[in-house]
Design a protein around this ligand. Structure first.
Ligand code: DCT
Ligand code: MG
Length: 356
């Protein structure tokens, strides 16, 4: 939104938004190659400090393939993309987009519902044979709140809540803000924290204690807790894993207006004085902290690129758990992100530079 206001480009659609639509279209159709290619192209445009006005200006930019360039050319010439407009007006795309916007509903479930002829939330909620799981029930219950962006002030307020909970449990525990807000974003879809304790082996219980404290405070609206499945002897992992194995939880918390400087990011006329917010907590063992911080800070595209760089340029395997040097056949220890960048032979990259 911000870009659109800043840009003086008369285009009706920005190339970057067009690429996101195309990526999503391929994701819904489970075609991975073009999906990733368009995501990458969108990321490259997102990382530019300027908006593209001529195709010639993209010369030398990485990750823009023939198809991305031809979509961009059409948009720069006419302000529109025939392919993107066709997707946006497609009923299946619109329905899958709507259904997957619910917390707990992935592309597979959305497709299943679509095939059964369901087209709206009321269709789903009125269908007696559909049994929503607990996550989806919460997704529908708090839909308005959790589909509205979380502001930086709200993230700060949640940081205080998590921090207080951790400190009440253990004096030497800590909570660190990560995800998009650590990269300096003003808004996010959730708030991500890493919680740690220097006491090795205490991390799982730290998380369950925090959850209990949030419940006691009456602000826990939803909790999906996943105990650690981290097994050091199984490292390094050669296959790509979407998630790490540390103890984590996906929460919906009730955030009261009184906790937020400047008030809540709520809709006009909302007099509840609180809103629901999605919060993720992860709790790695302390010796894995730097890898987790680097991994959870994102962005997803930055992580993908960094891992690929490690693999292809350094013969090293990097994930949220560890860094492994295949040439030396050893793990490289790190207590800070700086250590990891140094092992990779890279200058330190600040979180705000990782927004690609
Ligand atoms: N992450 C990861 N593997 C996943 C999901 C996330 O390594 N399967 C990392 C990458 C980004 C970080 O965790 C936080 O994820 P999100 O909250 O989804 O992204 P974000 O960058 O914080 O953006 P948003 O503002 O949408 O929350
Ligand atoms: Mg986030």
């Amino acid at each position: 939104m911000e870009d659109r206001r800043r840009s003086s480009c008369p285009c009706q659609v920005l190339p970057r938004d067009a690429f996101e639509v195309l990526a999503e279209f391929y994701e819904f159709n489970e075609v991975e190659g073009p999906c990733l290619a368009f995501r990458r192209a969108a990321s490259v445009l997102k990382s530019l400090a300027w908006s593209v006005r001529r195709l010639g200006a993209t010369e030398g930019l990485p990750c823009l393939g023939e198809r991305s360039k031809s979509v961009m050319e059409e948009i720069l010439q006419s302000g529109r993309s025939f392919e993107v407009e066709k997707i946006l007006s497609d009923e299946r795309y619109q329905t899958l987009k709507l259904f997957t916007s619910v917390f707990g509903v992935g592309p597979k479930t959305a497709e299943k519902w679509y095939r059964r002829g369901l087209r709206s939330f009321s269709d789903i909620l009125a269908e007696p044979s559909i049994h929503l799981n607990r996550m989806q029930q919460s997704g529908f219950r708090h839909y308005g709140d959790i589909s509205r962006a979380v502001s930086r002030a709200e993230a700060r307020a949640l940081g205080n809540i998590i921090d207080e909970a951790v400190r009440a449990i253990t004096a030497d525990g800590a909570a660190a803000l990560t995800g998009g807000f650590r990269r300096g974003k003003e808004f996010g879809h959730d708030v991500d924290f890493i919680v740690t304790t220097p006491e090795v082996g205490r991390e799982d219980r730290l998380l369950t204690d925090i959850i209990e404290s949030l419940k006691q405070q009456g602000i826990l609206l939803y909790c999906d807790y996943q105990a650690s499945t981290f097994d050091q002897s199984k490292l390094p992992s050669h296959k790509f894993e979407a998630m790490d194995h540390f103890a984590k939880c996906f929460l919906i918390l009730r955030l009261d207006c009184s906790r937020v400087d400047g008030g809540l990011n709520s809709v006009e006329g909302d007099s509840r004085g609180w809103r629901a917010v999605r919060v993720d907590l992860v709790s790695p063992p302390v010796d894995r902290y730097a890898f987790t911080l680097l991994g959870w800070t994102g962005s997803r595209q930055f992580e993908r690129d960094l891992r690929r760089f490690a693999r292809s340029e350094r013969r090293m395997l990097l994930d949220n758990h560890a860094l492994y040097d295949k040439t030396k056949k050893e793990f490289l220890a790190a207590t800070t992100e700086e250590d990891i960048f140094a092992h990779l032979g890279l200058e330190y990259i600040e979180p705000w530079q990782r927004n690609a």
